[in-house]
Design a protein around this ligand. Structure first.
Ligand code: EPU
Length: 293
């Protein structure tokens, strides 16, 4: 047993992960660990390595689907004061990995700092947003990152330049690393104009996507080069198709939404159906954007 297993201050056993994901689906984690600082986090990861325990970091669970059988390992949450600090101003500002990204975007707008308003309506923590280079049609986080501080697989803390992070479309090269904080570079802007752009992007999403309050993981598939996954799934005739309590959204076919009674398997079945149909009808192999645990 790893040392943290008996450390009630930071660890709970057999915790239902549905409480912590946007989908509100999936089984338990063997351990849910909330380290209180970098040293404790490094010790948790070291214990997992020594004892061959799988681990994952969970942010707000906005891009994760947990299987019904749960996750047999340690799920780490970077939550609390040590992880959520936000230093923002003109020039670079450091943002903790646990900071809520939607709130960060709002406060950058209120402070007259331009850039992040283009990323309106993306739920997640700073760490999660960096990890998957979250974004939309108006930009992605890589556009604003100067440096990322990570805990590496060797247990060392390092600052990595944006280039070194290897950002690509919905991708970073941070495997085995844990994002601790990020330095963002934002430009001064007119708060009223920023607020207007922020509102317009929220509105654009509201009109074309299921609302954030609905249970989903955002887009299920990455857009293949030059194409839109939503359009491909739509053209395959799958909008509105259901499996148990899950449904391919009638509003946007790249979303699978869950309602009462849904299981993670229902969502997985719809994902498999969409992948299959698009392959058979359009010859395109869709790649997952959502992470499946
Ligand atoms: N479309 C359809 N049918 C559908 C959905 C879309 O024909 O059911 C068509 C649209 O009409 C449009 C095209 O597909 O011509 C692209 O659709 P949309 O403009 O809605 O954007 P998207 O490419 O599907 C991307 C991001 C979203 C982001 C939006 C808006 C990806 C995989 N998706 O969606 O990100 O919110 O742009 O900025 O890159 C996410 O990453 O989780 C996500 C939702």
């Amino acid at each position: 047993m790893p040392w943290f297993s008996d450390c009630a201050a930071i660890c709970r056993r057999d915790v239902a992960l549905r409480e912590f994901t946007w989908y509100r689906l999936g089984g338990p984690a063997r351990w849910l660990v909330t380290p209180r600082g970098e040293a404790e986090l490094a010790a948790v990861v070291a214990a997992c390595r020594e004892e061959g325990i799988a681990w994952r970091v969970l942010g707000l669970g906005a891009n994760v689907l947990v299987r019904d059988q749960g996750f047999d390992g340690a799920v780490i949450r970077l939550q609390g004061e040590a992880w959520e600090q936000v230093e923002m101003g003109e020039g670079p500002g450091r943002i903790g990995a646990g900071a809520d990204f939607v709130q960060l975007v709002k406060s950058s707008v209120a402070h007259g700092l331009a850039g992040l308003e283009r990323l309106a309506g993306i739920p997640g923590t700073m760490g999660g947003v960096i990890r998957m280079n979250a974004g939309g049609r108006h930009g992605c986080i890589a556009d604003f990152v100067r440096r990322v501080r990570v805990l590496g697989p060797d247990g060392q803390v390092r600052d990595r330049s944006s280039q070194d992070v290897g950002f690509a479309y919905r991708h970073s090269r941070l495997d085995g690393c844990i994002v601790l904080s990020a330095e963002l570079e934002l430009q001064p802007g007119d708060p009223a104009e920023l607020a207007e752009r922020h509102r317009a992007i929220w509105n654009e999403k509201y009109l074309t996507q299921p609302p954030l309050a609905q249970r989903s993981s955002g887009c299920v598939f990455k857009n293949p080069p030059g194409q839109a996954a939503g359009r491909l799934v739509d053209q395959a005739g799958l909008k509105g198709v259901t499996c148990g309590g899950a449904q391919i959204s009638p509003k946007h076919a790249n979303f699978v939404v869950a309602s009462a009674g849904a299981t993670a398997q229902n969502v997985l079945d719809l994902i498999a159906l969409a992948k299959d149909r698009v392959w058979n009808q359009a010859g395109v192999e869709l790649q997952l954007e959502v992470e499946i645990w």
